[in-house]
Ligand binder design. Structure first.
Ligand SMILES: NC(=O)c1ccc[n+]([C@@H]2O[C@H](COP(=O)([O-])OP(=O)(O)OC[C@H]3O[C@@H](n4cnc5c(N)ncnc54)[C@H](O)[C@@H]3O)[C@@H](O)[C@H]2O)c1
Length: 249
C-alpha cells in the first residue's frame, strides 16, 4: 500500500540532490506533488522522473527567498492539487568562508536562502494545514546546525535556526494536527558538496563510524516516514539524523 496515496506534497529544492530524491520517493508512494526550485531545467527533469509513479506532478520555478513568490507557490499548490498536506523545505546553498573574510552580503544571502525561506514557506502553508486539521512540515537542516563547521558560521547559524524554528513551530501547531520536524543529514553526495576538496572528503570519511558519505536516496526514506500515517504520527519537533554516525545527540 502506497503510504502517501491521497496526500499532496510541496517540495522546495526539488530539482537536485536530496530534494529530488525526496520527490522521487514521494512519487513512488503515489503522492500528488508540486515541485519547486529556481533551476527550471533540472526541475523539469526531476518532474519527468516523478511523473512515472506520482498521482500528479506540477512545477513552480521559484526563488524561495522571495516572499510574494513563495506565497504564490503555496497558492499554486492549492489550485493545482486542491490542498497542501506536506511541506518539505529542502532548498539550500552552501559556501565556505572564514568569519574574518566573510562579507555581510555572504552572511545575508545564506540566512535568506537557508533560514528565511523556511519561515516564508511555513508562513504561507501552515494556515492551509491548520484549516484542514492535518499537515506535516519537514525542514531539511544539517548536522552542522548542531556541531558547527569551520568556515561555516553562516551555514551553521542558518541550520541551527531551522532546528529552533522547527521546535517552536511544532509546539505551536501540533495541537491543531500539524506536525513539524527536521532532518539533519550528515555529508551526502550531491552537487552541494562537489566543490569540497578530495583531501577534506577523504579525511571526513575516515572519521565517520560508517566510513562513507550518504546518498540522497538514503535520506529520502526518513522524509517518507515523517510524512506518513501512522509512521510519522508521534514525531513532534524532532531532528532526525541520517548522518553516517557523525553526530549522536
Ligand atoms: N549534501 C549534503 O551533504 C547536505 C548535508 C546536510 C544538509 N543538506 C541540506 O540539504 C538540502 C539540499 O541540499 P543538496 O545537498 O541536495 O544540494 P543540491 O545543490 O543538490 O540541491 C539544492 C537545491 O536547492 C535549489 N535552490 C538553491 N537556492 C534556491 C533558491 N533561492 N530558490 C529556490 N531553489 C533554490 C537548487 O537549485 C538545488 O536544486 C539543503 O538545504 C542542504 O543545506 C545537505
Amino acid at each position: 500500500m502506497a503510504v502517501l496515496r491521497g496526500r499532496t506534497a510541496l517540495i522546495t529544492g526539488a530539482a537536485s540532490g536530496i530534494g529530488a530524491a525526496i520527490a522521487a520517493a514521494y512519487a513512488g508512494e503515489e503522492a500528488a506533488l508540486l515541485l519547486a526550485d529556481k533551476n527550471p531545467g533540472l526541475l523539469e527533469a526531476s518532474a519527468q522522473t516523478c511523473r512515472k509513479t506520482a498521482a500528479s506532478v506540477t512545477t513552480a520555478v521559484v526563488d524561495v527567498t522571495d516572499a510574494d513568490a513563495t506565497k504564490a507557490m503555496v497558492e499554486q499548490c492549492v489550485s493545482d492539487h486542491g490542498r497542501v498536506d506536506v511541506l518539505v523545505n529542502c532548498a539550500g546553498i552552501l559556501t565556505e568562508v572564514p568569519l574574518i573574510d566573510m562579507s555581510v552580503t555572504t552572511w545575508d544571502e545564506m540566512i535568506a536562502v537557508d533560514l528565511r525561506s523556511v519561515f516564508l514557506c511555513c508562513r504561507w502553508a501552515i494556515p492551509h494545514m491548520v484549516e484542514a486539521g492535518w499537515g506535516r512540515v519537514i525542514n531539511i537542516a544539517s548536522q552542522l546546525g548542531i556541531k558547527g563547521g569551520e568556515s561555516l558560521v553562516h551555514y551553521s547559524a542558518a541550520k541551527a535556526g531551522v532546528i529552533g524554528l522547527t521546535r517552536a513551530l511544532a509546539r505551536e501547531v501540533a495541537p491543531r494536527g500539524v506536525l513539524v520536524n527536521a532532518i539533519a543529514p550528515g555529508p551526502i553526495e550531491t552537487p552541494l558538496v562537489e566543490g569540497i576538496s578530495q583531501d577534506w572528503k577523504q579525511a571526513k570519511q575516515a572519521e565517520l563510524p560508517l566510513g562513507r558519505f550518504g546518498r540522497p536516496e538514503e535520506v529520502a526514506p526518513t522524509a517518507v516516514l515523517l510524512a506518513s500515517d501512522p509512521g510519522g504520527n508521534l514525531y513532534v519537533g524532532q531532528t532526525l539524523g541520517p548522518n553516517s554516525g557523525d553526530v549522536m545527540p
